[in-house]
Design a protein around this ligand. Structure first.
Ligand code: ACO
Length: 314
């Protein structure tokens, strides 16, 4: 019998320190009006002492609580992050230890598409019967790799974490997924170091990223719907990567999805990279917008480029 990877718990965590656009006006030649109009972002959270594992731990505890399972029952942990606490070991193994889990744990690096790649990987483990309970986390401390003197990128990013618990289910769950990569665009969006022991910061050709993101994300969403024999009218919600309100609006328009069906959290979170989709999901689950049986499409793109989409019955 076919098995599905079903979401049975969600959780999220934001560090307490709020940095508003007005705070950025004191550091950079920018203003609240420009940032809101060009990005949709009003504020973001920034870590002080906390690391990526600290944020992941808080989000995971909440997801496990909602799923009503103990960490010892997990068969696998996948942590999507661009900002691991150390080059090695994987941040996922540190999370495993702090949760008291015993299962294999590894990091997934696909930048802002990391959560989509991690969910797609978890889906394979559950569908082929290798795992019954999987914790998938997106956790980022993007503030550590932002060039705080670059007004075109520093305004975009924030820190946070989101997590889901997937469980093997006979009836429904992840219905379909597609992931893609195209490595010819490294210089469009990357961290500037040339050696691993050198410090680097985010560098981005914003306009180019914008155009590629809209095309690739809308094509991916259309393909995932078509291959599932579904149309956009079947969707209850889109939960997109929260990069820029103009990217989200353009993708929704290209796939003919009304904005009333899109979950938006970036005004308060900024772009939290691999954490943005599970963060938005958890917010909408806990405020009652997303309910059992809803059909959701997740989509995201990040440096590389890597991108993809995931269709889920919640
Ligand atoms: N405040 C004020 N002015 C600014 C700022 C700022 N923070 N940043 C740039 N400007 C200026 C520029 O210098 C430029 O001035 P000029 O006309 O005198 O040269 C003007 O504003 C317009 O600059 P553009 O770069 O053309 O502005 P654009 O409308 O493209 O917006 C932005 C820039 C917000 C970065 C946009 O391109 C974008 O969002 N791109 C997508 C990038 C993205 O989302 N990256 C996240 C990582 S990847 C991902 O998650 C998908």
């Amino acid at each position: 019998m076919k098995k599905f990877a079903r979401i049975i718990g969600t959780g999220s965590y934001l560090p307490p320190k709020v940095v508003t656009n007005h705070d950025l006006e004191k550091m950079l030649d920018t203003n609240d009006e420009w940032i809101v109009a060009r990005t949709g972002i009003s504020e973001r959270r920034i870590v002080e002492e906390e690391g990526t594992c600290d944020l992941a731990l808080e989000a995971s505890i909440k997801a496990l609580e909602m799923a009503n399972i103990d960490a010892s029952e997990l068969d696998l942990i996948i942590l999507a992050t661009t900002t691991p606490d150390k080059i090695f070991p994987a941040t996922a193994t540190m999370l495993q230890n702090r949760l008291g889990a015993k299962c294999p744990a590894f990091d997934m690096q696909a930048v802002c598409a990391g959560f989509i790649f991690a969910m797609t990987t978890a889906q394979q483990y559950i569908e082929n019967g290798s795992a019954k309970k999987v914790l998938v986390v997106g956790s980022e401390t993007m503030s550590k790799i932002v060039d705080w003197s670059d007004r075109s990128s520093a305004i975009l990013f924030g820190d946070g974490a989101g997590a889901v618990v997937l469980s093997s289910d006979d009836e429904t769950g992840i219905l379909h997924s597609n992931i893609y990569s195209d490595g010819q665009y490294v210089s469009s969006l990357h961290v500037s170091n040339t050696r691993i022991n050198e410090i680097g910061f985010i560098q981005m050709a914003g306009n180019e990223v914008f155009k590629i993101a809209v095309t690739r994300l809308s094509n991916s969403a259309k393909t995932t719907l078509r291959e599932s024999n579904m149309t956009v009218d079947d969707l209850t919600w889109m939960v997109p990567h929260q990069a820029n309100i103009r990217i989200i609006t353009a993708v929704a328009k290209k796939i003919n999805l009304p904005m009333e069906k899109v979950i938006i959290t970036l005004s308060k979170h900024g772009n939290t990279s691999a954490a943005s989709i599970p963060l938005a999901l958890d917010v909408a689950v806990r405020d009652g917008r997303i309910n059992k049986g809803d059909k959701l499409i997740f989509e995201g793109i990040g440096g590389g480029f890597s991108w993809g989409s995931l269709l889920v019955e919640f």
